[in-house]
Design a protein around this ligand. Sequence first.
Ligand code: ADP
Length: 194
Amino acid sequence: MFNLILFGPPGSGKGTQSDNIVAKYGLVHLSTGNLLREEIAQKTPLGIEAKSFMDKGQLVPDEVVIGMVDSYFEKHKNAVGFLFDGFPRTLAQAKALDSLLELKKNEIAAVLALEVSEEELVKRLLNRGITSGRSDDINEDVIRKRFAVYSNETKPVAEHYKKLKKYHSIKGEGTVQEIFNFICEAIDKKLNLM
Ligand code: ADP
């Protein structure tokens, strides 16, 4: 399997670029944000619990998210690899992911981190709020809270994969196509080494 993590703050373009990556490389897209929003749409107990955290810009508890990822693995046993988007978001999630993959005699091949300035991120998220109606993108306070959570809880995930020499920075500003080209360069380099 070839497993990638697409990493970056809220609004850095993970969702957009994930669609491009899965189309080109045939990976299975695992977006914990999308899975949580599906649970909310179906009004499941998990969705109802998750919504209260998401609307405040807080993270959904690790055990909820890890459980969801584990059952997604069970449903996609023949995947050639996964593209993780919005996960792992805490050090505990990263360690759980590493262990789950190890059980399958697998690992993360690379973490591709989209770098975007905070000013640009706020602009993008407020715009997305207008068009998508996503409740966590409408309020600037909630957006700022998500950045704070990113700095405090998600940045350690970057450090974890830097230590493992799996972390690669990608310029996340420019056109969607330009950024996708940077991503493909990084992926192809990795694939050639395997
Ligand atoms: P964004 O990256 O733009 O914030 P996501 O769709 O990835 O959008 O996440 C939206 C919200 O869903 C997060 O603010 C958080 O509350 C919740 N969420 C998504 N993924 C995770 C995760 N791996 N761990 C905890 N909470 C998560």
